[in-house]
Design a protein around this ligand. Structure first.
Ligand SMILES: O=C[C@H](O)[C@@H](O)CC(=O)C(=O)O
Ligand SMILES: [Zn+2]
Length: 287
């Protein structure tokens, strides 16, 4: 039998966050155990009511059931959904229509869809569907976005250990969405820093999900206002919730890939307030 869980996370004020010890910081901002066999693992954050989830169908298909706290008959009654497959080949079936999703392919599912089923092609190499969902008040069409459809931007350089390709997948330059924006950033071998120089965007929150982190390697994710940063050490296939007051940037002990998902006030990807490494070096020195 497939199962589901939904963890509820309340929003945290930046004045309170800075007094958290590591265990408390992780309890509020780290999302783990996203891929358990035949299980829909959801985390509902009160930052823009953004839902983060993972589902790995193995023995059977797993349905996108509506968690009790949504108080909705169907999960997508008042929401939109983005799916990126980070595992073996699989299929997402939306109201009877099948969308095959290979590794790193994305699907946007518009509000109003009633039946969403996640299926793996093979139990030996199960699909791993990473999910982001946000409130939506308009039904935009469900559409698959493969890597060829992505809006790709090359950023950084090997000399500054941040050479990477930003693949904008579910963003408004590719397809219409209400507020969800998702993409995937791949670091080149030898590059370990993502989103450096870093930024904040108080009009949007963000969630970073790290994958392809090799065995026994880790990513150090940095969060917080520029004056009060903290870090979270993440293993493969774990995510960090980034509040609107927080930077989101990481350095790995190897290269890796991550999926970013955002929601909030606007759909303007480049609406960022940038911070230079020199500004970060002033951490804790201003009142
Ligand atoms: O607001 C945008 C997001 O933080 C990411 O798209 C940034 C990113 O992928 C990168 O610089 O590597
Ligand atoms: Zn950002």
């Amino acid at each position: 039998m497939s199962s589901m869980s939904c963890d509820e996370r309340f929003a945290v004020h930046q004045d309170d966050y800075k007094s958290y010890d590591m265990a408390k910081l992780r309890r509020h901002f780290l999302v783990k155990d996203l891929f358990q066999p035949d299980h829909l693992a959801l985390t509902y954050t009160h930052y823009d009511r953004f839902l983060v989830g993972g589902v790995m169908p193995v023995e059977e298909s797993v349905a996108l059931t509506s968690p009790e706290l949504l108080k909705a008959k169907y999960f997508l009654d008042r929401r939109e959904l983005g799916v990126i497959n980070v595992g073996g080949a699989g299929v997402v079936e939306v109201d009877g229509k099948r969308y095959p999703l290979a590794y790193k392919e994305a699907l946007y599912v518009g509000s109003g869809a009633q039946s969403v089923l996640f299926i793996s092609d093979s139990a030996q190499a199960p699909a791993k569907f990473y999910l982001n969902s946000t409130p939506a008040h308009h039904a935009y069409p469900t559409r698959k976005v493969s890597r060829a459809d992505a809006d790709v931007v090359q950023m950084g350089a090997l000399a500054s250990s941040n050479e990477r390709a930003i693949n904008k997948l579910l963003v408004n330059s590719v397809l219409p969405t209400c507020q969800l924006q998702m993409g995937m950033t791949e670091l080149k071998p030898g590059s370990v820093w993502n989103t450096m120089p870093c930024h904040t965007h108080s009009r949007r929150m963000e969630v970073y999900f790290y994958f392809e982190v090799p065995e026994e390697q880790a990513v150090c994710h940095f969060m917080g206002p520029a004056q009060e940063t903290r870090h979270l050490w993440l293993a493969n296939e774990q995510a960090a919730v980034s509040p609107p007051w927080s930077i989101h940037s990481g350095a790995g002990t190897s290269n890796y890939i991550f999926i970013w998902g955002m929601a909030g006030e606007n759909l303007d990807y480049s609406d960022m307030d940038h911070l230079t490494p020199g500004m970060l070096a002033q951490n804790g020195e201003q009142a």
